[in-house]
Design a protein around this ligand. Structure first.
Ligand code: S3P
Length: 447
């Protein structure tokens, strides 16, 4: 296997992957970067807590950098993000300063949506938030609408649904919101707004989404209760100051997923992916891969600052198609692109359903994965809420595009490892959003 990164202009890079003519097998141990969701939350809670928060193992990707720069612009003191160990001097609840300029969330939906809850509840301050081309086209009404019910004042493009957004902070009132979508971003936005609102703020979701906010808010001292049976969480407003904590960020299972699939589909491979966050609201990808017949064993299971963690040993095996649908979807929402790759190497049909949310991610991930993998010889049909993938199809190299979506770029790179001829992935620099070392790790894996 030969990997070459070529600059196209000062923004974009092509990744050219030439598979090994004799076939390759991946061996060894892989370290993955810190969890993106937990990194965002540690930076945000650290910024609005009293005192010092120490974060160990922070993801140094572009998305958490966007969160850090927004909160720095509002007075939080955050040490330089050139080390995974970061300290934050928080300003205290409700004490962020009005920034002097527009806050830019870059490519990060989590930054923008979670931050909106914090900003909307800062009375007498005005904020303008924006993001890159992708983020400015992603729906914001899912958070603006319930925040408005709480008393928030938010303006935006296209009838107040798209960024840039203007926010006039207000005293908010707690509500009970029955969310129509299982979205951790919606839930977390409202919980953060609820911290400073009058009374209680309750969110009920149709299926369980990731619960990192609930765990971390509890650890920082918020008055928060959860009822998993009814998928309901309640935070008491104006109840307690948040207190700075030490957060040890586990490795991101969404980043681990690329190596799990790479080893599962590449004959003769055996990898150990170290320090993988195993929060049950995130492990849907392991359940889907188990259904497909993947050989993955957790080792060294432990709990690190409230989050379960394990090393995952994965061995190549022959995969079968399966159905991925229903309540499993929110638990593997970011892994659908790489599962689509796994499915092209599985015998029989894989059906992915109930996944319309994929259409409003960093790209329309259903359309993009179907189009780009089909260019390589896959057999994928697209439906409004999912994909049908018929395997096993041998892949050939092709010219493909990430659409500036980090998970698409990395999924296509794993597909390219097992293609018969070289693949060029345009705009591959997108991988740095969540995994700055992805290409170096790929290149350095013993094979
Ligand atoms: C995230 C929630 C998910 C996920 C995103 C990160 C979070 O988004 O896709 O990558 O950190 O809360 P939704 O809440 O829109 O499903």
């Amino acid at each position: 296997m030969v990997i070459a990164l070529q600059s196209v202009d000062n923004r974009h890079q092509d990744l050219v992957i030439t598979p090994s003519p004799t076939g390759l097998s991946l061996q060894g141990r892989v370290q993955i970067p810190g969890d993106k969701s937990i990194s965002h939350r540690a930076l945000m809670l650290g910024a609005i807590a009293q005192g010092t928060t120490t974060v160990k193992g922070l993801l140094l990707g572009e998305d958490p950098r966007s969160t850090a720069s927004c909160f720095q612009a509002m007075g939080a003191k955050i040490s330089a993000l050139n080390d995974q160990d970061v300290t934050i001097e928080g300003v205290g609840l409700g004490k962020l300063q009005e920034p002097q300029d527009v806050l830019n969330a870059g490519n990060s939906g989590t930054t923008l949506r979670l931050m909106l809850g914090v900003l909307a509840s800062h009375a007498n301050r005005f904020f303008v938030v924006t993001g890159d081309d992708s983020l400015r086209s992603r729906p914001m009404s899912r958070v603006i609408q319930p925040l408005t019910q709480m008393g928030a004042t938010i303006w935006g493009r296209q009838a107040h649904t798209l960024a840039p957004l203007g926010i006039q902070g207000q005293e908010l009132q707690g509500i009970h919101y029955h969310s129509p979508i299982a979205s951790a971003q919606v839930k977390s936005c409202l919980l953060l707004a609820g911290l400073s609102a009058q009374g209680e703020t309750t969110v009920t979701e149709p299926a369980i989404s990731r619960d990192h906010s609930e765990r971390m808010l509890k650890a920082f001292g918020a008055d928060i209760t959860t009822d998993p049976e009814t998928r309901t969480v309640t935070v008491k407003g104006q109840a307690a100051q948040l207190q700075g904590q030490t957060v040890i960020v586990p490795g991101d299972i969404s980043s681990a997923a690329f190596w799990l699939v790479a080893a599962a589909i590449t004959p003769g491979s055996e990898l150990v992916v170290e320090n993988v966050g195993m929060n049950p609201t995130r492990t849907g990808v392991l359940e889907a891969l188990a259904r497909m017949g993947a050989d993955i064993t957790p080792e060294n299971e432990r709990v690190v600052t409230g989050e379960p963690v394990a090393d995952l040993r994965v061995k190549a095996s022959s995969l079968q198609g399966c159905e991925i649908a229903g309540d499993l979807i929110p638990r593997l929402i970011d892994e659908v692109p790489i599962l689509a790759v796994a499915a092209t190497f599985a015998q029989g049909t894989t059906v992915i359903k109930d996944a319309t949310e994929l259409r409003v991610k960093e790209s329309d991930r259903l359309a993009v994965m179907a189009t780009e993998l089909n260019r390589m010889g896959a057999k994928i049909s697209e439906f409004p809420d999912g994909l049908e993938i018929t395997g096993e199809t041998p892949l050939q190299g092709a010219e493909v595009d990430s659409y500036t979506d980090h998970r698409v770029a990395m999924s296509l790179a794993i597909a390219a490892l097992n293609a018969t001829t070289p693949t060029t992935i345009h705009r591959a620099e997108a991988a740095a959003i969540s995994y700055p070392d992805f290409i170096t790790t790929l290149d350095s894996l013993p094979h």
